[in-house]
Ligand binder design. Structure first.
Ligand code: AHR
Length: 496
């Protein structure tokens, strides 16, 4: 049993809704097939975007969506992707399988998708192989409300009014696929390119610099020292590989207990990364003006057997649900610096929310975690005090319990909880300080659990892993009691 103290009046700042963001790259079957089927497809669609996926994603109230990459972004030339589709340039997707990119999904289509989802666009610009002028003109094309060459071109392509665009990334992974730059060189390039990413009309851009890969603290140090005053956000990328070995990452399904444990241990490393990068940021930005933007995170396994290795298609099990739950709890709990996160990636790639096959679609366990956790968006974080029991495997130990809590504008307190142990249930007693229970007080919850920790959904059996009502909860004398089954993720709502 574990004792937890939850102070329901302890406002620890807002949990930025953008922590629940996603990422869509021109990679494998994410954009084409996953999101975009084209207006003439037999698959029911709205302006070319498939309706089944759209409806599923709308339910998550996705706050922000990153596009077009990833590595793709630094080879993407946006002018190839506007105007009549029949005239759009065909290019090679050099990063992902060398397949043809016909540019049918471009700026207008992406921004239409965002409108349909009610989400804020986050566009990654091309610093690696594009020009400063090209980047400047993209922002002008999208946001300028007046007469100008780019605004006029946009109008002639069918969009009279500008779009609102807040989030703009000035390059992606420029330490790697985005140009193999040294931090000093990128910092200067960032300063130059970002100068021309302008605020047109009443649009205000939040500029995001390419940040470190994993524990590259030197990158953060140099970027913060040389360019912090020119940026609003600094990105961080960290992927969870069960083996930690890029040559053989481990399988998405059919894993054993050791791989379960190792994966969760590796995903918990995110906390150390947030803490250490934040310490460097604090040194150069004590007023906390620059946000930490974790715009690529999630599991990365060997691809599904028989699929294109360049397409990064993988299945998604209860283990991915735990990875999602643990990381989202961490992001909530470090809400001071972490202002956005984007899971990689939204459909058919890496730790996806949704998988498609022809006209069929399924929701992954990860989808259900995002569904449960959306209650934290823009809510006040609440303080939790507890000492987690240890989860030991072999001679290694990690915490068994992961938690976060918040109070929304209506005063409802939400607790999200993960039990990392694959064998032991966990009884939790949570003392609610400053919680005024009335006669009408209520507690309810939902939980994701399966007796098989490797369970996943297939097109034949799409509801094998699904959310259930969590009835085994009690609230009495300001004490909340619940039991988490092994390998489970849940959400509890408390109304005073
Ligand atoms: O998400 C897949 C790839 O991972 C992205 O394109 C790149 O930014 C990262 O290395």
């Amino acid at each position: 049993m574990v004792d937890v103290i939850l102070n329901s009046n302890s406002d620890k700042g807002l949990i930025n809704r953008n922590i629940y963001g996603h990422f869509s790259e021109h990679l494998g079957r994410c954009i084409y097939e996953g999101l975009w089927v084209g207006e003439d497809s037999p698959i029911p669609n709205t302006d070319g975007i498939r309706n089944d996926v759209l409806t599923a994603l709308q339910k998550l109230n996705i706050p922000v969506l990153r596009w077009p990459g990833g590595c793709f972004a630094d080879e993407y030339h946006w002018k190839d992707g506007v105007g009549p589709k029949s005239e759009r340039a065909r290019m090679i997707n050099n990063n992902w399988g060398g397949v043809e990119e016909n540019n049918h999904f471009g700026t207008h289509e992406f921004l239409r998708l965002c409108e349909l989802l009610g989400t804020e666009p986050y566009i990654s610009g091309n610093l690696g192989s594009g020009t400063v002028q090209e980047m400047q003109q993209w922002v002008e094309y999208i946001t300028f409300d007046g007469e100008s060459p780019m605004a006029n071109w946009r109008k002639s392509n069918g969009r009279e009014k500008p779009w609102k665009l807040t989030y703009f990334g000035v390059g992606n992974e420029n330490w790697g696929c985005g140009g193999n730059m040294r931090p000093e060189y990128y910092a200067d390039e960032y300063r130059r390119y970002s100068t021309y990413v302008r605020n047109y009309s009443d649009n205000r851009i939040f500029k995001i610099a390419c940040g470190p890969n994993e524990d590259n603290y030197e990158w953060t140090e140099v970027l913060m020292r040389e360019a912090a005053r020119f940026m609003d956000g600094l990105s961080l990328h960290y992927y969870t590989l069960p083996t930690g070995n890029w040559q053989d990452k481990g399988e998405a399904t059919g894993f054993d207990e050791a791989a379960w444990f190792r994966t969760l241990k590796r995903t918990l490393h995110m906390e150390e990364l947030i803490v250490k990068h934040s310490e460097i940021m604090d040194k150069y930005d004590p007023e906390n003006k620059v946000a930490l933007i974790i715009d690529e995170w999630g599991t990365w396994y060997n691809v599904e057997p028989g699929t294109n290795p360049g397409f990064l298609y993988q299945q998604n099990t209860m283990r991915d649900a735990l990875v999602a739950g643990i990381n989202l709890n961490l992001f909530n709990n470090y809400n001071k610096r972490v202002q956005m996160a984007n899971l990689a990636q939204i459909v058919n790639v890496l730790q996806a929310l949704v998988l498609t096959e022809g006209e069929r679609m399924l929701l992954t366990p990860t989808y259900h975690v995002f569904d449960m956790y959306q209650v934290h968006m823009d809510a006040q974080r609440l303080e939790l005090n507890y000492e987690s029991p240890a989860y030991t495997f072999g001679d290694e130990t990690i915490p068994q319990l992961s938690l976060s809590a918040s109070r929304n504008a209506e005063g409802v307190v939400h607790v999200t909880a993960c039990n990392l142990s694959h064998t032991d249930e966990l009884e939790v007693v949570c003392r609610l300080d400053s919680f005024q229970t009335s006669d009408a007080a209520s507690v309810s919850g939902r939980i994701l659990h399966h007796d098989d920790f490797g369970a996943y959904n297939t097109f034949e059996e799409p509801n094998r892993v699904q959310l259930a009502d969590w009835s085994d909860l009690s609230l009495e004398n300001n004490e909340l009691r619940f039991t988490l089954p092994p390998a489970s993720v849940g959400v509890i709502a408390l109304k005073a």
